[in-house]
Ligand binder design. Structure first.
Ligand SMILES: Cc1cc2nc3c(=O)[nH]c(=O)nc-3n(C[C@H](O)[C@H](O)[C@H](O)COP(=O)(O)OP(=O)(O)OC[C@H]3O[C@@H](n4cnc5c(N)ncnc54)[C@H](O)[C@@H]3O)c2cc1C
Length: 493
C-alpha cells in the first residue's frame, strides 16, 4: 500500500514538476509525484505508437547547449545519457528560411547549418544589399547579443517593439523579430517583454536554437522520472489532485482521486491560476493576491497539423515560412479573433525524421506544421485556421500534400485537455504559460513562493526565464532549493 506521508508532494509531471521532484528526491527529500494523466511529461510529451515516435508539442530546445536539463542530468549522475540529436557544428543544412517582403510576389529561400555565425544568408534572404542597412542590422543584433544581465533587467518594462523602434530598426529585421516573437515565445512583438525576448535571442545565437534529443523531449522526462523512482520517490499516474489542504495559512497535503496524502510542502506545476483559484481556493488568500493572479495574462498558442507521408519529401530539419504580412501583432490577432483569417500565415515545419531515423516506419516521413493563434480552447476561428494551413501547404508544397496519407490536428483545445485545467474563461491552451509579456517578466515574473507557507509554484508560470521547457526546468530547480531551505528551517524551529 502506498505511504500517505511525505516531506514534499509535487503536482504535475511536465518539466516544471519532474525537475523539482527528481532534484528533491536526489537530495534526500521524501517526495510524491502526482500526475492526472496516463502519460508523463505534460506538454513535453513524446508520442510512441504504431511504429511512430515524435514530440507532440515542443520542437526546439533553446538553449541547445547548456539547457537546465543538462544541469539536472549532471546532478543526477547521468550526464552521459544526455543525447542531443543535433550539435551546433552539425554540417548538414538544418533549417530552411522562406521569406516574402511586402513588395515581393514570391518567397525567397535560404538553407543554412545550425551555426548561424555568418549573417550573409540573412542579407540574402532579406534582399538587403545596402551596406549601411546591413551595418545597422548587425549593430542592433550585436547590442542584443552582448547585453549584460544588468542591462537586460533595465528593459523589463519595455516591449520588444518599443526597444526596436528606439533604434530605427531596418524593416527586414523588424519583421524577422515579429516572426521570432510568434515562433519562439508564442507572443506578439508589441506585448512581449524585451528582456525575455533578448535573453532568448542571446541563447539562440550563442548556445544554439532548435535543440532536439534522441528519443525526443520524452527522453528528458523518462530519465528524470526513472532517477526519481530509483532514488526512492513515489509516482502515481492517473491521479488528479482535487484539492490542496490548508490549515492556518500552511499547506498540509492534497486530496486526490486515489486518496489523501500529507506533507508540509506542496509544489504545484499544475499552473499558477489553476493552483491558486481551483486547487487551493480564493478564500485562502487576500483579495489583492487573488486579483493579481487573475490579472496575469496567458501567452498565445499554436495550431498544428501533423502530416504523415508515404515517402520522404522534406530534406532539412526545419522549414519556416513568413512574410511581412503574416506574423501576428495585436492588431492582426484581433482581426483573426473576429474570424478574418489572413491570406497567408506563418508556418513552422519540423521534419521529425531529420533528428530521429526511428520517427516513422522505414520509407515514410512525419512532419508537423504550426502557426500562432489564441490560447482560447473554445475559439471559433481555429477551424478556419486549420483550413488555411492546409490550403497553404497544398499551394506551397504540393509534393508534401500529394505524399500525405493522414493528418492530425492539435490546437488550444487539445493542449488544454491534455495538460492544464482552465481556471478562467478563454485561457488554458497556451504554449508556454502565463507571464511572458511586459510587466510580467524579469523582476516582475510571478514568484514561486506564495502567501501560504509550504506552497510553491513550479513550471513556466513562475520563477523562471527563457524558452518554455528550459524555463520550466529552471523554475523547478529553483523551487527544489527553496523547499530544502524551508524544510531545514522547519526542522530547526
Ligand atoms: C504547441 C506547443 C509548442 C511548444 N514548443 C516549444 C518549444 O519548441 N520549445 C520549448 O522549450 N517549449 C515549447 N513549448 C512550451 C513547453 O511545452 C511548456 O512551456 C512546458 O511544457 C511547461 O511546463 P510545465 O511543467 O510548466 O507545464 P505542463 O507541461 O503543462 O505540465 C503540467 C502537468 O501537470 C499535470 N496536471 C495538471 N493539473 C493537475 C492536477 N490537478 N493533478 C495532477 N496533475 C495535474 C498535467 O497533466 C501536466 O502533465 C511548446 C508548447 C506547445 C503547446
Amino acid at each position: 500500500m502506498t505511504d500517505t506521508n511525505y516531506d514534499a508532494i509535487v503536482i504535475g509531471s511536465g518539466p516544471g514538476g519532474t525537475s523539482a521532484a527528481t532534484l528533491l528526491q536526489k537530495r534526500g527529500v521524501k517526495t510524491l509525484l502526482l500526475e492526472k494523466g496516463n502519460f508523463l511529461g505534460g506538454k513535453m510529451y513524446s508520442v510512441e505508437k504504431d511504429g511512430y515516435a515524435y514530440d507532440l508539442f515542443p520542437h526546439g530546445q533553446v538553449p541547445m547547449v547548456g539547457s537546465q536539463f543538462e544541469t539536472i542530468f549532471a546532478e543526477l549522475g547521468v550526464a552521459d545519457e544526455f543525447e542531443r540529436a543535433l550539435e551546433i557544428e552539425d554540417p548538414r543544412e538544418v533549417i530552411t528560411l522562406a521569406y516574402r517582403r511586402k513588395d515581393w510576389k514570391e518567397y525567397r529561400k535560404v538553407s543554412q547549418t545550425q551555426a548561424m555565425a555568418d549573417p550573409t544568408p540573412f542579407f540574402k534572404l532579406f534582399g538587403m544589399e545596402d551596406e549601411a542597412e546591413q551595418a545597422k542590422m548587425l549593430g542592433i543584433m550585436t547590442e542584443m547579443i552582448e547585453m549584460t544581465p544588468e542591462n537586460l533587467s533595465k528593459v523589463d518594462d519595455v516591449t520588444m517593439k518599443e526597444w526596436l523602434d528606439e533604434r530605427d530598426t531596418p524593416s527586414e529585421l523588424y519583421n524577422y523579430m515579429g516572426f521570432q516573437a510568434n515562433g519562439s515565445l508564442a507572443e506578439p512583438l508589441d506585448l512581449v517583454c524585451a528582456s525575455e525576448m533578448i535573453l532568448i535571442m542571446q541563447q539562440i545565437f550563442l548556445q544554439g536554437g532548435g535543440g532536439q534529443y534522441k528519443g525526443g523531449f520524452g527522453l528528458l522526462t523518462n530519465v528524470m522520472v526513472r532517477e526519481f523512482e530509483k532514488n526512492g520517490g513515489t509516482l502515481i499516474k492517473n491521479n488528479k489532485v482535487e484539492k490542496i489542504l490548508v490549515e492556518n495559512s500552511t499547506v498540509t497535503g492534497v486530496v486526490t482521486e486515489k486518496g489523501t496524502f500529507h506533507a508540509p510542502v506542496v509544489v504545484s506545476a499544475a499552473g499558477l491560476q489553476p493552483t491558486i483559484l481551483n486547487l487551493v481556493g480564493e478564500e485562502n488568500f487576500d483579495k489583492g493576491y487573488v486579483d493579481y493572479i487573475k490579472g496575469l495574462v496567458p501567452g498565445w498558442a499554436f495550431t498544428s497539423v501533423r502530416y504523415f507521408l508515404n515517402k520522404p519529401v522534406m530534406e532539412t530539419g526545419m522549414y519556416v515560412m513568413y512574410s511581412d504580412d503574416s506574423w501576428l501583432d495585436v492588431a492582426r490577432y484581433e482581426k483573426m479573433k473576429k474570424g478574418e483569417i489572413p491570406e497567408e500565415v506563418i508556418l513552422y515545419m519540423v521534419n521529425h525524421n531529420f533528428y530521429d531515423e526511428n520517427a516513422t516506419p522505414p520509407g515514410e516521413q512525419v512532419l508537423v506544421s504550426g502557426t500562432i493563434c489564441t490560447a482560447n480552447p473554445d475559439a471559433e476561428e481555429i477551424a478556419a485556421l486549420y483550413e488555411r494551413m492546409d490550403q497553404q501547404m497544398r499551394d506551397t508544397f504540393p509534393e508534401i500534400w500529394d505524399a500525405c496519407v493522414r493528418r492530425e490536428y492539435t490546437g488550444p483545445k487539445e493542449i488544454r485537455d491534455l495538460t492544464r485545467d482552465s481556471a478562467l474563461p478563454k485561457v488554458g491552451g497556451e504554449c508556454v504559460g502565463l507571464a511572458q509579456i511586459v510587466g510580467q517578466c524579469g523582476k516582475h515574473k510571478p514568484k514561486s513562493e506564495t502567501p501560504l507557507r509550504g506552497l510553491y509554484i513550479s513550471g513556466a508560470d513562475a520563477g523562471g526565464e527563457g524558452m518554455g521547457t528550459h524555463q520550466s526546468a529552471l523554475s523547478g530547480t529553483r523551487v527544489a532549493r527553496m523547499v530544502q531551505l524551508y524544510l531545514k528551517k522547519q526542522a530547526k524551529f
